[in-house]
Design a protein around this ligand. Structure first.
Ligand code: SPV
Ligand code: MG
Length: 566
């Protein structure tokens, strides 16, 4: 009526044997083997790291970690869900303590199917009645199952399993319930005949006498499994000599954790400080390690590369010429605009575009810069240097897609989004609105390969040069195309080119005076294409009091309900 008892694990040559094959091998091996209790994912991993070859999915300790009794108070699906975490956390074979099989032969069939689906290597069922009680609680009062009915349950399980190596261990409770040795042997033989792969003979005596006698009478008819919780002081060699196959250390991680938790909880409660326990508990890093946090980081680098590697450099070292009256105690980027500092507008804008790695180069009153959410580097020589000296302070850390921006910008979000999404190695935003280039007090005029006729959609436009200082007299041959707004995007591939050009510029005696236009012009001179994204307004830079006033108006227009602007 049942499937033939497998005697050889079906392992594939060369491959690691399956979990079920490994458990079967432990049952069949000549030497005494050991498995250790686990009750959740982390304890399963700890069992593996200690060197054990298998796990006991203890009914007692899985119940206990849920905070319920070992009386089938946790449902069998809750147990199986926990086993899945345990199997994921450790590649060891798990032998589930399946209590009574959670019902009759039919429940057993479903249990075996579900355990196989979740990679569990075997199940042990005991010949008591559902719902069971732990064997060490009033054992004599516990009714045993009818042995024929229980044999049918074993057979049903064996007939259901798909994997020939899945093991069913039959646990004999006759000694626990006080039914005597003969009944124990009779039941064990009935279960062996029904197809059990091994017999667990349980005893609650403090000496191993019962199990040694049983093993002698049993005489190796099938592998024997024991749980020496009560006869713990027995030298392990006694089990070896008795011919036991597998020892289950059934509850010791739960008991160890419980003692440690009680003592630490008490200590922290009483002392109202962590200082006394810090060296006695596992470090947070150890918990991360057991959770395999490193693997997550590696996967993040692999799969979130595009998102994770966007960065920005913000040039914010200057006090701000023309704004001296407002910048005695702070750099320009910390001036409040509609309720928050200029720099925060910029940082928030970057974060909205998933640019989270933001390096701000400070200089003047760097102490006043709000550093939340940014990395701050300092251009110590800010007073006698210009923009490229500040950029150089952040250059070494650059390796991903990077937006280099002036610190005094506010803009509509599409302006940055377009730049961040540009596929070109180098790209800039140029404002082609007439007002942008008509103010001759400003700087950074851009000359491009085509003027913005606002119908350029899809046609690439390249930057030819950018002038710092005042706009030269209008030249009919080369009209100004607009104003560079102060944002340069460099792709990951372009970063090494940028570094090489910067290295060349650093050789120049006037490096300390060079600004961003000088960098872009040097890139162009080296044959680099800088793509232009035209916008038509929708941004403000703050260079003087008038800019500041306009930026405040602009910022108010960007806030949903028009903040007070304080
Ligand atoms: C368990 O670990 O849940 C067991 C072993 O069944 S014992 O608690 O000894 O019954
Ligand atoms: Mg149990």
């Amino acid at each position: 009526m049942n499937a033939q008892m497998e005697t050889r694990p079906a392992a594939h040559a060369g491959a690691t044997p399956s979990r079920s094959a490994r458990l079967r091998q432990m049952l069949l091996s000549e030497q005494l083997e050991f498995i250790m209790e686990a009750h959740n994912g982390i304890s399963a991993r700890i069992v593996r790291e200690a060197g054990f070859k298998g796990i006991w999915g203890s009914g007692l300790t899985i119940s206990a970690q849920f905070g319920v009794r070992d009386n089938n108070e946790a449902s069998w699906t809750q147990v199986v869900d926990m086993l899945e975490f345990m199997a994921d956390a450790s590649d060891l074979p798990i032998l589930l303590d399946g209590d009574t099989g959670y019902g009759n032969f039919n429940n057993m069939r479903r249990l075996v199917r579900k355990l196989e689906q979740r990679g569990i290597a075997g199940v042990c069922i005991e010949d008591k009645q559902f719902p069971k009680t732990n064997s060490f609680l009033n054992g004599e009062r516990q009714p045993l199952a009818d042995s024929a009915e229980f044999a049918g349950k074993i057979a049903a399980g064996k007939d259901t399993q798909q994997d020939p190596n899945f093991s069913i261990v039959a646990r004999v409770e006759a000694l626990i319930a006080g039914w005597g040795m003969d009944e124990a042997l009779r039941r064990a033989e009935a279960y062996r005949r029904a197809g059990a792969d091994a017999i667990l003979i349980h005893s609650k005596l403090s000496k191993p006498d019962e199990i040694v006698t049983f093993a002698r009478e049993w005489a190796g008819r099938a592998p024997l499994v024991i749980v020496p919780t009560k006869y713990y002081s027995t030298p392990t060699d006694v089990f070896r000599k008795a011919g036991i196959s597998l020892v289950i250390w059934a509850n010791h991680l739960m008991r160890a954790a419980t003692a440690a938790m009680q003592s630490v909880a008490r200590e922290i409660h009483n002392s109202e400080t962590l200082v006394n326990v810090e060296d006695q508990v596992a470090s947070v890093n150890e918990i991360f390690r057991l959770q395999n946090a490193d693997e997550y980081e590696a996967a993040e680098r692999l799969y979130l590369a595009a998102e994770a590697s966007r960065s920005a450099v913000v040039l914010a070292a200057s006090r701000g010429r023309g704004l001296e009256s407002m910048t005695a105690d702070r750099p320009k980027v910390m001036l409040p605009i509609a309720g928050k500092p200029l720099l925060r507008w910029l940082v928030d804008g970057f974060k909205k575009e998933h640019i989270n790695d933001i390096t701000v180069v400070g200089g003047y009153r760097v102490d006043a810069i709000d550093t939340s959410g940014i990395k701050l580097v300092v251009n110590e020589r800010y007073a006698e240097t210009s923009e490229l000296a500040s950029l150089a302070c952040a250059l070494d850390a650059l390796e991903s897609d990077t937006v280099i921006a002036y610190g005094d910008l506010i803009f509509r979000s599409y302006v940055l989004r377009g730049l961040a999404e540009s596929k070109a190695d180098f790209s800039v935003v140029v404002d082609s609105s007439p007002s942008a280039s008509s103010n001759l007090t400003v700087r950074d005029f851009a000359y491009c390969s085509r003027q913005d006729d606002r119908g350029l959609f899809g046609t690439p436009v390249l930057l030819k040069r950018v002038t710092s200082g005042k706009q030269p007299a209008t030249n009919a041959q080369e009209p100004v195309s607009g104003r560079w707004i102060g944002m340069l995007k460099v792709s990951r591939a372009g970063v090494s080119r940028l570094k090489a050009v910067m290295a060349g510029l650093r050789e120049r005696p006037d490096f300390d005076r060079l600004d961003m236009p000088a960098l872009m012009n040097a890139l162009i001179a080296e044959g680099v294409n800088i793509e232009v994204l035209y916008v038509h307004g929708h941004w403000r830079g703050v260079n003087d009091l008038e800019d500041f006033r306009q930026a405040v108006d602009f910022a108010h227009a960007q806030t949903p309900f028009g903040t007070s602007g304080e």
